[in-house]
Design a binder for this molecule. Structure first.
Ligand SMILES: [Ca+2]
Ligand SMILES: [Ca+2]
Length: 125
């Protein structure tokens, strides 16, 4: 084997490994800290992000009525409020626009798009 062939083989092996790594991490699609609920101003977890570990009755202006994708990276377990309900008005008013289950990542949702103003953690949807 020539040196050129060895290098080519090594590069191919590295490429194969990188490809395998990419495929094996679908849960990491959305960049959202563990224990947090995240919302982005654009679809597919793009644009400005807001994240919360607790409830918020009055979202900041950059995300209120701007939310276009969502991810629930909350901690799950017995007796833990691990679902997130988003509401169309402040202080959990109006109607529920979307409910995000534990570990769920929602890249887009026409009904909930640009309508969230508050959210609360809940036991279920
Ligand atoms: Ca938006
Ligand atoms: Ca709204």
């Amino acid at each position: 084997m020539t040196m050129q062939r060895i290098i080519t083989s090594a590069a191919a092996a590295l490429l194969a490994m990188t490809g395998a790594l990419t495929v094996s991490t679908p849960a990491g699609a959305a960049d959202c800290p563990s224990g947090h609920f995240c919302a982005w101003a654009h679809s597919n977890f793009d644009g400005q992000r807001a994240n919360w570990s607790g409830d918020d009755g009055w979202w900041e202006s950059y995300i209120a009525d701007e939310d276009s994708s969502w991810a629930n990276h909350g901690i799950s377990g017995p007796g833990i409020k691990d679902h997130v309900k988003v509401y169309s008005r402040a202080h959990q008013g109006g109607h529920m626009t979307i409910c995000v289950t534990p570990g769920q990542e929602v890249g887009s949702n026409g009904a909930a798009n640009d309508n969230g103003d508050s959210h609360t953690w809940a036991m279920s949807c």
